[in-house]
Design a protein around this ligand. Structure first.
Ligand SMILES: Nc1ncnc2c1ncn2[C@@H]1O[C@H](COP(=O)(O)OP(=O)(O)O)[C@@H](O)[C@H]1O
Ligand SMILES: [Mg+2]
Length: 255
């Protein structure tokens, strides 16, 4: 397997709490890999370490053969890693389409920076960004909502806008932090389908999720975190039958 991402012996402490402890795993090109675990297991912290949002105490994060720790967020984005957040972060007062257009900034030249500074965009560049962003909204099946204010959409649709915005940066690896958080069962099913669709377009996906049912259907492999430690890593059917995993999830009241 060709790994796109390798996490090696990653550690992160908050005061007296070891939030991520000696975690190692790899993500192969073209996979959907999931990290699951109860609330407080360290999933978001792990994500923040991988996306370079917070520094690790020790360990490596190798993306496409290169250590990404110490790099600036824009460098990591340009290298091909994009992420979404557990709490949806869309820009209020902007349409769905405009939110997606913002996601393209790391792939454009002066045009977009000029736009942000209220300088005139070049016509051609703006038109290209707009067309590409609309295509992404269509891919995520919300093309008809392009002109609607993003934060007024239903949660499931807001997730789709967030996915489109992340894809606008043309990532090779997409990190999704709890994409089903706040969604009802129907919306969760739709989001699962969209994630598979994104992978089928050639984007490798690493997602962390509290909800086991979402990841069972769509993941190729699953890592289970508990109190910051990796306790299992296997294909979904094996994870489903892993006694320690069952115990954790039953204890959590959440299977
Ligand atoms: N910035 C922080 N400061 C202190 N403790 C934190 C911080 N972020 C997370 N934690 C703690 O680290 C543990 C793991 O949190 P988190 O990574 O958010 O878990 P998960 O995403 O799996 O629910 C929790 O006990 C949480 O309270
Ligand atoms: Mg979290």
């Amino acid at each position: 397997m060709t790994p796109i991402l390798e996490v090696q012996n990653l550690n992160r402490r908050f005061g007296g709490l070891q939030a991520v402890s000696e975690v190692s795993f790899a993500v192969a090109v073209g996979q959907i890999k999931a990290v699951i675990g109860p609330n407080g297991a360290g999933k978001t912290t792990l994500f923040n370490l991988i996306s370079g949002t917070i520094p690790a105490d020790s360990g490596q994060v190798i993306f496409n053969g290169q250590e990404i720790q110490g790099k600036q967020p824009w460098q990591i984005a340009t290298a091909g890693m994009a992420r979404t957040y557990q709490n949806i972060k869309l820009f209020p007062g902007m349409t769905a389409l405009e939110n997606v257009m913002v996601g393209r900034h790391c792939r454009t030249t002066a045009g977009f920076a000029a736009g942000m500074l209220n300088l005139p965009w070049t016509w051609k560049e703006e038109r290209e960004i707009r067309e590409k962003s609309l295509e992404l909204l269509e891919l995520l099946e919300i093309g008809d909502l392009a002109q609607v204010e993003a934060t007024s959409l239903a949660f499931g649709q807001q997730r789709a806008v967030e996915f489109a915005r992340a894809l606008a940066a043309e990532p090779s690896l997409l990190l999704l932090d709890e994409p089903a958080a706040g969604l009802n069962m129907h919306e969760t099913g739709e989001v699962a389908r969209l994630i598979s669709k994104i992978r089928d377009r050639g984007v490798t996906v690493l997602l962390v999720e509290h909800d086991m049912s979402l990841v069972m259907d769509i993941s190729d492999e699953i890592v289970v975190l508990c109190f910051g430690q990796k306790i299992a890593e296997d294909v979904p059917t094996a994870i489903q039958h892993n006694p320690e995993v069952i115990r954790i999830y039953l204890g959590d009241g959440d299977v």
